[in-house]
Design a protein around this ligand. Structure first.
Ligand SMILES: *Cc1c(COP(=O)(O)O)cnc(C)c1O
Length: 369
């Protein structure tokens, strides 16, 4: 039987693992879905921003109408928040989508992307599908090696895009802002840089990048951030990019219409002003990060020092442990697709959820499954 011919990058894609809705999983375990410890996707364990929820409850939304294509109110709010012109902002259904737009804008067969080892899968997937060549630069201690990356950019004539998530996912590690700044100065002006700051809000003040200042100084830089993590709106899918007009305008041309829903726009606009929730989120995360790191180390597991809302930890039989945890209603992420088959990525939960995870690991060690 003849079969369709896929383009090479599509033919090479790995199989998509079948997911199980958390409600089904909970039912199978005889639990309510709220009784699961959902530590697999780096979501906010406190839930959504209360201001976002209030704004949604108060809004009259006409579901028969397409959303505002230009996300005017959200863009205005972001422009004010970040102190940049509205034209510099591009909103998408998740920053993953904005990452995809940057890839579409810059990459095609015959061009190269330079990225660190263990780079965020969404970027890798978008870039691989573009047909561009991926130049993956070995990391040092799970941290992007910007010196080596700058050298690779310099000796790759068709380099068109550099990707850096800071902090990285699934590593949770962070490159100090001074190093990123020095790196930006070394990247040639014709090469675009995508700096993914999905976890920016979690960083202590001293580690936070002056990312928006960098955008003001570098016309080849796109900075992305998201409402999915610290703002607790992962279920609505909304994120944004910041770039100077040349790139922002090009991204708007690449973008498809009506991708950000009305509820997402309303909730994100309100969440942006929810400073109390953000503070509470950061405080909860700091304590939980400490609790998880200490607890995992006490169990003898290696933990990569994280500044994000998750930890990467080496457990040995990651598949077996992940499955055994799932049977106890604790969901964590395997990272074999990042070349880390013996590691797990565990999101910071509420104190009792972190405790439950540590207790389960302790029991499993005493009584291997
Ligand atoms: C979670 C995450 C994102 C954001 O995803 P959304 O599409 O905005 O939900 C982007 N980059 C990294 C590195 C992430 O971990």
């Amino acid at each position: 039987m003849p079969v369709v011919h896929f383009p090479d990058p599509i033919a090479a894609l790995p199989a998509a693992p079948a997911g199980v809705p958390v409600e089904h999983l909970a039912r199978r375990l005889g639990l309510a879905s709220t009784q699961l410890a959902q530590l697999a996707s780096n979501e906010n364990p406190l839930g959504a921003s209360p201001r976002a929820l209030q704004a949604l409850a108060a809004a009259t939304i006409d579901l028969a109408r397409y959303p505002d294509n230009d996300c005017v109110e959200l863009v205005q709010a972001l422009a004010k928040h970040l102190d940049v012109p509205p034209e510099w902002i591009i909103v998408g259904p998740g920053s993953e989508n904005v990452i995809g737009l940057v890839v579409r804008m810059m990459l095609c067969p015959g061009r190269s992307a330079v990225l660190p080892q263990h780079a965020f899968q969404a970027f890798v997937s978008h870039a691989a599908q573009s047909g561009a060549r991926l130049v993956e630069v070995p990391a040092r201690d799970f941290t992007a090696d910007l010196e080596a990356m700058a050298q690779h950019v310099a000796r790759t004539p068709d380099a068109a895009l550099v990707y850096l998530a800071n902090p990285g996912n699934p590593t949770g590690t962070h490159v100090p802002p001074a190093q990123v700044e020095a790196f930006l100065q070394r990247v040639p002006a014709h090469v675009a840089v995508l700096l993914d700051e999905a976890y920016h809000e979690y960083l202590p003040a001293g580690l936070r990048s002056p990312g928006v200042d960098w955008v003001r100084r570098h016309p080849n830089l796109v900075l992305t951030r998201t409402f999915s993590k610290a703002y607790g709106l992962a279920g609505l899918r909304v994120g944004y990019g910041i770039a100077q007009p040349l790139l922002a305008d090009r991204l708007r041309r690449v973008r498809l219409p009506f991708t950000v829903t009305t509820p997402a726009q309303i909730a994100a606009t309100a969440a942006l002003a929810d400073e109390a929730f953000l503070r509470e989120t950061v405080r909860t995360n700091e304590a939980g990060l400490h609790q998880l790191t200490q607890g995992l180390q006490a169990l003898g597991h290696r933990v990569v020092p994280s500044v994000a809302n998750f930890v990467l930890t080496e457990v040995g039989d990651a598949a077996g442990i992940c499955q055994a945890l799932e049977k106890r209603g604790i969901l964590v992420r395997r990272v074999g697709n990042y070349g880390l088959p013996t590691w797990l990525r565990i999101s910071v939960g509420l104190p009792q959820e972190n405790q439950r995870l540590l207790q389960a690991l302790r029991e499993m060690r005493a009584q291997p499954t």
